[in-house]
Design a protein. Structure first.
Length: 241
């Protein structure tokens, strides 16, 4: 019995963009639903839930952030935002509202497909209870609470492990500074970004072949950190924390 095609819901008011996205997703075996505004997108998402939503922020009837907020009030379906807004504060806001990822326009279809597959895999891991994350030579066993590189188990402090655990649970997606600080150190430390910088540096020394040029734990400048996963590639970024 063949697996059903994954369904993607595209919410974008520009018909040229919808046609471009439809062609790209259909070529990869997705079935595609389209909505030209936020209200129609929310109606389709409610009536016929998709496997993943691709959402443009600049909609004619409501801001895309309102769509994110309303979708997240009842659904955990993966959601990727498209936007010309590259401001770091905007990205952080969307991620904290519940978007899984964002892609800044202009973008390539290959990048969007890679981000989409990553978001779908994360959803599948969550629903199936999958607990082993493998990224190159790095293996994270969430059930056994063990981490190894090239088969050699690493000695991590409780805080180092907790930081890596949160990143692994969102492998492939960016996790904001605020979320990491809250999950690892608690709500009273949301302004203690230096904790994060120190522990990211320590983790890189243990899991990266070259900590000065990270390929696994990468920085999303001004936003947070991402564990590169699957067929994603680490974009060359300075090791700025």
């Amino acid at each position: 019995m063949t697996e059903p095609s994954p369904r993607v819901l595209i919410i974008d008011d520009e018909i040229q963009i919808r046609r471009f996205l439809r062609a790209g997703f259909e070529l990869e075996g997705f079935s595609v639903e389209e909505a030209e505004n936020g209200s129609e997108g929310l109606r389709l998402a409610t009536m016929k839930p998709a496997d993943i939503v691709i959402l443009d922020l600049g909609l004619p009837d409501m801001d895309g952030s309102a769509v994110v907020e309303r979708l997240r009030s009842w659904s955990t379906m993966p959601l990727i935002v498209l936007s010309v807004r590259a401001a770091e504060s905007e990205k952080v806001k969307l991620l904290e509202l519940g978007a899984d990822d964002y892609v800044v326009k202009p973008f390539g279809m290959a990048e969007l497909l890679a981000r989409s597959r990553t978001a779908l895999r994360r959803q599948q891991r969550s629903s199936s209870g999958e607990h082993i994350i493998m990224i190159g030579a790095l293996t994270i066993d969430l059930a056994a609470r063990s981490v190894s590189v090239d088969g050699q188990r690493l000695a991590l402090t409780p805080k180092e492990y907790r930081l890596l655990q949160v990143l692994a649970q969102h492998a492939g997606n960016v996790v904001t500074h605020q979320m990491l600080l809250k999950e690892v150190w608690g709500s009273s430390h949301l302004n203690d970004a230096h904790y994060l910088r120190i522990f990211v540096r320590k983790l890189r020394q243990k899991i990266e072949s070259d900590p000065t040029q990270p390929k696994i734990l990468v920085t999303e400048l001004g936003v947070g950190y991402r564990l590169v996963y699957g067929n994603q590639e680490a974009v060359a970024r300075p090791a700025v924390q």
